[in-house]
Design a protein around this ligand. Structure first.
Ligand code: S3P
Length: 172
């Protein structure tokens, strides 16, 4: 594999878990954009949001995305949930690799995964249980046109991480 493989999708869709498994299976390095940003900025994502605000975060996120996409190294990259939806991200992603995958899950499953860890997620930390579902539905609707620009749309409902990795491997 001489290309990058780019995983995108909503928070909680399994990008980091699948990315690590896939990288291992393909013997490629793995980079998680959120972790890359945290290392570069010396702060947790939640701290960046709290101290500098979302607009600053989005600017840095796009700059670090470009840095990873410009690197000549083949690797598996897991993006942040919002990364594809700002600036020219999808254009750059599609130009950098023929292998971008949208890990698609229904709101109900995302809810179930996100609720237990909502405190760690700056976009939903302040929302009540009742409001999260409405927020997720609206947010997914807004992000759909960006996510669906990925080269491959992978419905992940009911599949284990290993099964998802196998599906990706059949497409590359
Ligand atoms: C965000 C998703 C997060 C992180 C930040 C914003 C989003 O990444 O980048 O909290 O806008 O959906 P994960 O999808 O890896 O949790």
């Amino acid at each position: 594999m001489k290309e990058k493989i780019i995983l995108l999708g909503y928070m909680g869709s399994g990008k980091s878990t699948i990315g690590q498994l896939l990288a291992h299976a393909l013997d490629l390095p793995f980079e998680d954009l959120d972790s890359f940003i945290e290392r570069k900025e010396g702060k947790k994502i939640s701290e960046i949001f709290a101290l500098k605000g979302e607009i600053y975060f989005r600017k840095q996120e796009q700059a670090y995305l470009s840095e990873l996409l410009d690197s000549p190294t083949p690797m598996v990259i897991a993006l942040g949930g919002g990364t594809p939806c700002y600036g020219k991200a999808m254009e750059l992603i599609r130009a950098a690799s023929p292998y971008s995958f949208y890990l698609q899950l229904p709101t109900s499953e995302l809810m179930a995964r996100l609720l237990p860890e909502k405190a760690k997620r700056p976009l939903i930390a302040h929302l009540s249980f009742e409001d999260i579902e409405e927020f997720l539905n609206k947010h997914l609707f807004e992000r759909f046109p960006f996510y669906t620009q990925a080269h491959f749309i992978l419905p992940c409902h009911g599949l284990s991480p290993t099964e998802i990795v196998e599906k990706i491997k059949t497409q590359i």
